[in-house]
Design a protein around this ligand. Structure first.
Ligand SMILES: [Zn+2]
Length: 499
């Protein structure tokens, strides 16, 4: 246990007795050290000696946002090829050492980052760094292995399509990101994946797999100075290349110009409602991203007006607002789970809530302060597992830059009621949106639901509607989170607001 960590733990015990606020402001600071090699590789070290394990991670700014339709899914396929054969790995005995060290490997493809990681025992740190270097620098894209992985990816994509929610998400994405849909679809297009070739993989490698477009994150039982030396030794001769985002800029998603509605029929018993908006981008409106996180968090609390009006009334079984932080237009989504019979009332009630989002009494000062504290505490809990923290740091490095993340908690703290009002007025209230409903065809007919119903914003006299009594004192509220559509080699689809 290093001193910083010990201090944090000791501090925790004392501070609980004082106030959560003091705890949060004292410890919400970033806990990494970093250097940049001459070739542009960002090296980030997170020392955490709580367990004798080390995670070595490489993140690359690649992913859906770099993909035209002709390349949609190829960042993901590349991810699957990363730990396959490379120029070094075919040497005899190459795989003995990782097996001996019990190295675990995995990777994730998101919209704005692809990250690869291996976790091993402390004594395997150097071996893990060598393994990662060989994988990133010397891939072979062997045709036989590629053919195999194409099939694995196609199976994964087919599996996604067996989930009814896929069709709602897809229909929403087609409308929200109408001009550049592929750039928000990390899983990829099966037809494109099926046709990909080793030459296409090499094109991605030459364009994006450059030290000046990557970061190396080492987290766990390590010494930062030693890792910096090792990184210099193993990675400094990796040649820098042209900045891919200067060579081939990512186009900004054009804003929605009007409301859109979509009803998706699948054989489901319940009904799901989703409202989608274009939220802020980290590069053009960072202050709104902080306000977004605080506001979403206030609404998610079981005692918020939002939860009371939508869940405690029995209109929905779960409702939540989420903002997903992104460089290139982060989506805001409001999700609600209900029954076909309550669907129309639920829609009206949600619209009525959105109308009040910017009213001064929509949440109390206490709710505002407690949301900030809880977010801060969540952020700190998220650092407990060094491997998870490495993924989080990679995510922010790509989507916002580390300066943003370093100041994250401090900036959340500064969010005022006026900031939230500005955010709501700029991105949600009276703004063009996409409203989607997932429902079975039979239920849609039975309740007489049309897309027109989803386009209605105003319901006169709704405020007079009598509140139905809550069925029981306890509300079972599953946390609703927006999709991020990331794909992992384990085939798991991650759904989280942030890593
Ligand atoms: Zn995959």
């Amino acid at each position: 246990m290093n001193t910083k960590y010990r201090r944090a733990v000791a501090g925790f015990a004392t501070v609980i007795l004082l106030s959560m606020l003091a705890f949060a402001t004292a410890f919400g600071k970033p806990q990494w050290q970093m250097i940049k090699l001459k070739n542009g590789l960002q090296v980030i070290v997170i020392e955490n000696r709580s367990v004798p394990l080390v995670t070595v991670e490489i993140a690359v700014k690649n992913g859906a946002y770099t993909e035209t339709p002709e390349y949609n899914g190829l960042s993901h396929l590349y991810e699957h090829m990363f730990f396959k054969s490379n120029e070094r790995s075919r040497a005899e005995g190459y795989h003995d050492r990782p097996a001996e060290l019990g190295m675990l490997q995995n990777a994730t493809t998101r919209e704005e980052v692809v990250n690869y990681y291996t976790t091993t025992v402390k004594t395997g740190t150097r071996d893990a760094m060598v393994l990662m270097r060989d994988a990133i620098r010397y891939p072979l894209f062997d045709q036989r292995e590629l053919t195999q992985e194409i099939q694995v990816v196609l199976d994964e994509l087919a599996q996604h399509r067996s989930n009814p929610f896929f069709y709602l998400i897809n229909a929403m994405d087609q409308r929200l990101w109408y001009k550049y849909t592929s750039r928000k679809n990390p899983g990829g297009d099966p037809e494109t994946v099926a046709k990909s070739t080793p030459e296409m993989m090499k094109t991605i490698q030459r364009k994006y797999y450059l030290p000046n477009n990557s970061s190396l994150v080492v987290a766990g039982d390590v010494n930062a100075q030693e890792i910096f030396k090792l990184a210099e030794e193993l990675f400094s001769d990796w040649p820098r290349g042209k900045d891919p985002f200067v060579e081939d800029p990512v186009p900004k998603h054009p804003p929605l110009t009007k409301d859109e509605a979509v009803i998706v029929n699948q054989s489901v018993n319940a009904a799901t409602i989703q409202f989608g908006y274009h939220g802020p981008s980290t590069d053009t409106d960072a202050p709104a991203t902080y306000a977004a996180d605080v506001f979403s968090f206030i609404l998610r609390q079981p005692n918020s007006k939002f939860s009371r009006e939508l869940i405690d009334t029995g209109l929905t079984t779960g409702t939540g607002l989420n903002y997903y932080t992104q460089l290139n237009v982060g989506p805001i989504s409001l999700l609600a789970q209900t029954t076909p019979d309550k669907l129309k009332d639920a829609l009206k009630a949600i619209n009525a809530q959105i109308k009040q989002f910017d009213s001064p009494d929509y949440f109390t000062d206490e709710e505002l302060e407690s949301a900030k504290t809880l977010l801060d505490v969540n952020e700190i809990y998220g650092r407990e597992k060094p491997s998870e923290y490495a993924h989080t740091v990679s995510f922010w490095w790509a989507s916002s830059g580390l300066d943003y993340y370093a100041g994250y908690v401090e900036n959340l703290r500064k969010v005022t009621r006026a900031d939230i009002k500005r955010y709501v007025d700029k991105y949600i209230k009276d703004k063009p949106r996409v409203v989607g409903v997932l429902i079975s065809e039979a239920d849609q007919k039975r309740i007489g639901l049309t897309e027109k119903d989803l386009l209605v914003r105003e319901t006169p006299g709704l405020e007079k509607r009598e509140e139905k009594p809550t069925s029981s004192g306890t509300t079972n509220k599953p946390e609703q989170k927006a999709k991020t559509g990331s794909a992992t080699t384990t085939g798991e689809v991650k759904r989280k607001s942030r890593p």
